[in-house]
Design a protein around this ligand. Sequence first.
Ligand SMILES: NC(=O)c1ccc[n+]([C@@H]2O[C@H](COP(=O)([O-])OP(=O)(O)OC[C@H]3O[C@@H](n4cnc5c(N)ncnc54)[C@H](OP(=O)(O)O)[C@@H]3O)[C@@H](O)[C@H]2O)c1
Length: 286
Amino acid sequence: MTDKRLLVTGAGGMLGQALTACLESRGHQVVAMPREKLDVTNYEQVINKVNEFTPDMVLHCAAYTKVDQAESEPDLAFFINGYGTENLAVACNHLNIPLLYISSDYVFDGEQDRPYTTWDDTRPLSIYGKTKLAGEKAVIRHLRRFFIVRTSWLYGPNGKNFVETILQIADEGKPLRVVSDQIGSPTCTLSLSETIADLIETERWGVYHASDDGITSWYEFAKEILLGRDVSVTPIQTKDMPRPATRPKYSVMDKTTLINTIGRELPPWQESLHSYLQLRKSRSPA
Ligand SMILES: NC(=O)c1ccc[n+]([C@@H]2O[C@H](COP(=O)([O-])OP(=O)(O)OC[C@H]3O[C@@H](n4cnc5c(N)ncnc54)[C@H](OP(=O)(O)O)[C@@H]3O)[C@@H](O)[C@H]2O)c1
């Protein structure tokens, strides 16, 4: 599926920007739609834009992503992640266009003692997780040709994320206390974009789990970010840093289906992280 017309929603966001660049580098024609050009909650705008550009596929990266804030504004979070996704699914169904929807590991409760497969039951703990699941259900309800790509712990260029936060706190010389009892898989938007680009070419529709390879805690992740720097990180427990939204303790996803479908392994999270840190360094003013 090279040289196709692909419409990307949320193209101004962290993943949206990385995915747009990756797809363009592979020779696709990308119609990049940041929020200012396409508000997914506006059904008329959604149907008009999809109709106007009649892409070969819509890649839906737009979302309400403020996990803690969602607990105090659930209506807005559901409006964007649930109804916004439904608007796109309805438009795609109407025009017989496949849709790729980015979802999250937060659709699971993290109580399991083995990686979550795509057929494990979902049970989100937070409003944000519930809204992402609502989006999944809308896609499944309206479409036959879809990808649902659940990913986790994203970081990358052009976004507020854990890596940037840790580096900033370290640069400011402030104390770093990071939770060590939440386990998951950090994922760079650059490697995820390559994975998505490979996946859409297969046209093997369905639900996929996609993250970088390997698992770690937020504490170990922070230490890896600061590797080689004389900065100390203190491990703490989730209960010592209460936050409005409950996070899954064990947020590990089984990626066998994805690996079998795209026919290659996924990069280890440490490799992706160090490539990203290298890239970041090369782009920063001397
Ligand atoms: N970040 C993570 O750790 C993580 C983990 C798992 C899954 N995900 C999923 O990955 C996807 C990409 O996330 P990200 O990290 O790239 O988030 P992001 O940087 O916050 O990007 C989301 C984009 O969607 C836009 N948006 C919000 N409401 C919109 C609306 N009504 N219509 C159109 N656009 C709207 C946002 O614009 P504004 O900035 O103007 O609001 C932003 O540009 C999302 O589906 C997210 O749920 C993220």
